[in-house]
Design a protein around this ligand. Structure first.
Ligand code: PMP
Length: 446
């Protein structure tokens, strides 16, 4: 059956009423539409394009792999790029992480992480451990398991009846959560301790995993934890035999200035998921990684991870990712994200630090969030009906800047915000360009 959509397109877009420009090409930090208009890719799509567009080395690696073999199923073969990618990921991974399961994206990596945690407890004879604790204002993917884990009410609500059981504690969100007179450290300990209370409430013997993003992306706009928070979380997980799953789908792969975001918090997870920057948009790829302890329990138990999608370990995606990872590590681009990120923060603060409607400018590396508020003193967000984030998206896009704006949460606990996640190859002049385009948009909307 054919039926005309509003835009005359048969593609099923997310915003069915929007008529979008057609992307024609990409070069470096810029995208161009079919009319020739140039856009600065200030969010790397959704924190994906960490190398920018048209990278010749990644493109060459993909072509070379296509010339050899595009795809072979992992039930028959392994492949050189998949093996090399896994070796390189492990060589740079947090302590104890030494196995890699390659998938096609972030939600898939999170599903694999949750299922692996469950299977681990079955293998070691603790079948009653099935409960997941995560945090409010979190997003872990759009498949049912990952969606159930996330605490984003708006995304969860329609599908809640289909979901597995999870409970949520407070996020570590100092701008809004820290109380008058409370030190950042004490605040972090207080919200981390909610995990212990929740584990005890549920019964430690029933809790499987705690899931969190080291630096929160899609729901709150580049919110880093305060010092000491994740160390306390790690202690609590260890004390109760609960696995720590860190979702680095958005904040990993150098986005925050270190290859894995959790490195900066001095903790290692039991299981982690990464995607987005892993393929830098050149191929769809994600990875779930786990400790040798978990892997061994399964290897010495049933011997088989009861999971699998057709494109697991896809050779062409792995070849692209290997080229990306080489640039992030050996090529120093993850480190460049840290250096340029500090410059971006300084430039944003210099220009907007005193703006009456800018409440907070935050983040790590080239992962920066700007939270806009109606009242800077009280931190009161704009009324949701004003949809300030939508107006900002429109105004920035018209000014030729792609950024990733998000609305406040429905529970009113945060305001509209913009996420900046530009390619790591950006130069100093590009920072000025971001700031001046934001200035135009803020002038029109705020
Ligand atoms: N986890 C986090 C933290 C994410 O930001 C996202 C995507 N925005 C996902 C999981 C899901 O990844 P994907 O869209 O690739 O399935």
């Amino acid at each position: 059956m054919t039926s005309p959509s509003t835009s005359g397109s048969h593609i099923f877009p997310r915003h069915t009423k929007a008529v979008l420009p057609t992307v024609a090409r990409g070069e470096g930090v810029y995208l161009y539409d079919s009319t020739g208009k140039q856009y600065f890719d200030g969010s790397g799509g959704a924190a994906v394009s960490c190398l920018g567009h048209g990278d010749p080395e990644v493109t060459a690696a993909i072509k070379a792999q296509l010339d050899k073999v595009a795809f072979a199923h992992t039930s028959f073969f392994t492949s050189e790029p998949a093996e090399q990618l896994a070796d390189k990921l492990v060589a740079h991974a947090p302590a104890g992480i030494d196995r890699v399961y390659l998938v096609s994206g972030g939600s898939e990596a999170m599903e694999a992480a949750l299922k692996l945690a469950r299977q681990y407890f079955l293998e070691i004879g603790q079948p009653e451990r099935r409960r997941i604790i995560a945090r409010r204002q979190s997003y872990h993917g759009n498949t049912l398991g990952a969606l159930a884990t996330g605490g984003n009410l708006w995304r969860r609500e329609p599908f809640a009846p289909l979901m597995i059981e999870t409970t949520h504690i407070s996020p570590c969100y100092a701008y809004r959560g820290r109380q008058e007179g409370e030190s950042a450290f004490d605040y972090g300990q207080r919200v981390a301790n909610e995990l212990e209370a929740e584990i005890e409430r549920l019964g430690p013997e029933t809790v499987m995993a705690f899931v969190a993003e080291p630096v929160v992306g899609a729901t709150a706009g580049a919110v880093p934890p305060v010092a000491g928070y994740f160390k306390r979380i790690r202690e609590i997980c260890d004390r109760h035999g609960v696995l720590l799953i860190l979702d680095e789908v958005m904040c990993g792969m150098g986005r925050t200035g270190s290859l894995f975001a959790c490195e900066q918090d001095g903790v290692a997870p039991d299981i982690t998921a990464t995607a987005k920057g892993l393929g830098a948009g050149y191929q769809p790829i994600g990875a779930m990684m786990c400790s040798g302890l978990i892997y061994d329990a399964i290897a010495q138990g049933s011997g088989f991870f009861q999971h699998g999608h057709t494109y697991v370990g896809h050779p062409t995606a792995a070849a692209a990712s290997l080229a990306v990872l080489t640039k992030l590590t050996d090529g120093g681009l993850a480190e460049r994200s840290r250096v340029m990120g500090d410059k971006l923060q300084a430039a944003l603060e210099a220009e907007f630090g005193q703006h009456p409607h800018i409440g907070d400018i935050r983040g790590r590396g080239l992962f920066r969030g700007i939270e806009v508020v109606e009242d800077r003193e009280t931190k009161r967000p704009f009324a949701p009906e004003r949809a300030v984030h939508k107006a900002l998206k429109k105004a920035t896009f018209e000014a030729g800047l792609c950024c990733y704006p998000m609305g406040g949460t429905v529970d009113g606990q945060n305001g509209d915000h913009i996420l900046l996640a530009p390619p790591f190859i950006l130069e100093d002049g590009h920072i000025d360009e971001i700031v001046s385009k934001l200035s135009i948009a803020f002038g029109q909307v705020l």
